[in-house]
Design a protein around this ligand. Structure first.
Ligand SMILES: C[S@@+](CC[C@H](N)C(=O)[O-])C[C@H]1O[C@@H](n2cnc3c(N)ncnc32)[C@H](O)[C@@H]1O
Length: 480
């Protein structure tokens, strides 16, 4: 057939397709594997890249497996489900090496691979569903399709925790029953945009956030129906977002905060990692895969080894993730910074509940870091950074270098942003020590969590005690 061809892709695209570079355009192959010769079908011609789909292999790779999910191809949420775990590990290593090589850092070594202790299925403790009207004018909820905003119903999603599977079915069922329609930002019609659900592995409870373009009385009914249908649902929240575009949450213009309104049930859920219990509110960031998060947090503590003489600073700390682990490990002074005010309220509350001593500030790292430098008064801190996918904000790298960290742990979910930032940190005098460790936080996807430790060789343990605790001021909001 005219749009079928035989190709041998050469490397991975960071979105998970196998890539065949060409003189004018490259070809992306969904379901392909570099080095494997395969028949593929052309699906879409683009300006710089064409898109194709794998049909059958001529020399099947040893890594190839039958994807365990029937929605593997239309959904596209798990583009590496056609690889066994060894194949996924190798693919991650290839992608990270590529990012390091592009930044001129090919000398950095990749070390241990930390597999997901719970295996490749049922690991996700956060799930998101979109909503649309189908071509037959029926409302349906599910995952966003590969390469489009269409919806693919996924009642048997293979990778979410079983309690989330149950919740997803219930939310979809009751939304359709109540005739709640998708919101259209252009016309202002309809109601529901996205549903975000988080399950606690420790408690078995679920919090649901209904992201809507507008509020209606039906939403309270929906919340009630969901809570009745799934007893594990402990709270349903409403977040209003009428802005155009695909961002799930909209932030308050002045404060930058994400507003939530209760529709029913309890405010928070809790999750316990390595003996520390964290409160998590609706809209807070918390690691998707708690079992791997435990391994990651433990590795950070093992490699940083904070003692009572050390100050441990956790930047982008969310609800207090690494800060509270460091306090438990015995760090002398612990300080966390996070942009979402509610997450900091939760971090402080968790510190009290766990009887741990840590100070937290809400505000943007790039604005608060200079003050922290003054506060530390020259003592070299241990610092952990775990920024969003885009990596460190402008100015943060210089501040980090100026702080002369005794040890800096960079935790990243984006190898390309990591490589860019590592280059700048190295140019500023910090040195990578040991190997880059890989954590399989998101099995079956090209996303991976990495841990790199850096040191400022000029910093000495000055012997200065950690600074005294003081009343925490409200953080500065980011301008613009
Ligand atoms: C990848 S998460 C890491 C959270 C935490 N370290 C953990 O393990 O749960 C990144 C966090 O950084 C926060 N964030 C993003 N940009 C920020 C900024 N410029 N200043 C402060 N916090 C920020 C997000 O709200 C989010 O909670």
């Amino acid at each position: 057939m005219g749009n079928e061809m035989v190709v041998t892709p050469r490397y991975w695209h960071h979105r998970g397709e196998a890539m065949l570079p060409g003189r004018e355009k490259s070809l992306m192959i969904f379901g392909g594997i570099p080095g494997e010769t395969a028949e593929v079908r052309l699906q879409h011609k683009g300006r710089n890249q064409d898109m194709s789909e794998w049909l059958r292999s001529r020399n099947p790779s040893e890594s190839r497996v039958e994807p365990p999910c029937p929605k593997y191809a239309p959904c596209g949420g798990c583009p590496w489900m056609h690889l066994n775990e060894k194949g996924q590990e190798e693919a991650h290593r290839d992608l990270i090496k590529l990012a390091l090589r592009d930044a001129g850092l090919e000398h950095l070594k990749l070390g241990a691979w930390h597999a997901c202790p719970d295996g490749q299925a049922d690991y996700r403790h956060v799930a998101k569903m979109g909503i649309e009207r189908s071509d037959r004018d029926r409302v349906r909820l599910g995952a966003w399709a590969r390469n489009s905003r269409r919806i693919v119903p996924i009642p048997h999603c293979n990778v979410v925790a079983p309690v989330l599977r149950k919740t997803m079915k219930s939310v979809a069922h009751h939304t359709i029953e109540l005739d709640i329609f998708p919101y259209d930002a252009e016309t202002g019609r309809g109601v529901l945009r996205t549903v975000v659900m988080r399950a606690s592995r420790t408690m078995g409870k679920v919090v649901v956030v209904l992201v809507c373009g507008r509020n209606t009385a039906l939403l309270r009914q929906l919340a009630e129906d969901i809570e009745h249908g799934v007893p594990e649902v402990s709270g349903v929240w409403l977040h209003l977002n009428e802005t155009p575009g695909n961002s799930i949450y909209s932030r308050d213009e002045d404060s930058g905060q994400i507003r939530m309104m209760p529709l029913g049930g309890a405010a928070e859920i809790e999750e316990t990692l390595n003996g520390v219990t964290y409160e998590i509110g609706p809209g807070d960031f918390f690691q998707t895969n708690p079992s791997v998060a435990e391994v990651l947090y433990q590795r950070v503590m093992d490699r940083m080894e904070p003692t009572e003489r050390d100050t441990f600073v956790d930047l982008y700390c969310g609800v207090g993730g690494l800060a509270l682990q460091a306090a438990k490990a015995g760090a002398g002074f612990v300080y966390g910074i996070e942009g979402i005010e509610g997450a900091i309220v939760r971090a402080r509350s968790s510190a009290r509940k766990n009887k741990l001593t840590a100070e937290f500030a809400s505000g943007w790292v790039e604005l608060l870091l200079p003050d922290l430098g003054k506060r530390l008064g020259g003592a070299s801190p241990m610092i952990a950074v775990n920024p969003a996918r885009r990596g460190l904000e402008e100015g943060v790298i210089k501040e980090l270098i100026d702080l002369k960290p005794k040890r800096l742990a960079y935790i990243s979910c984006n190898p390309r942003a990591l490589a860019r930032d590592l280059l700048a940190l190295q140019e500023g005098g910090l040195k990578v020590v040991g190997d880059i460790e890989l954590f399989d936080m998101f099995p079956n996807t090209p996303h991976v969590e990495t841990l790199v430790i850096l040191e400022d060789e000029t910093s000495e343990d000055s012997g200065r005690r950690a600074p005294k605790r003081k009343a925490v001021k409200r953080g500065k909001a980011r301008q613009g």
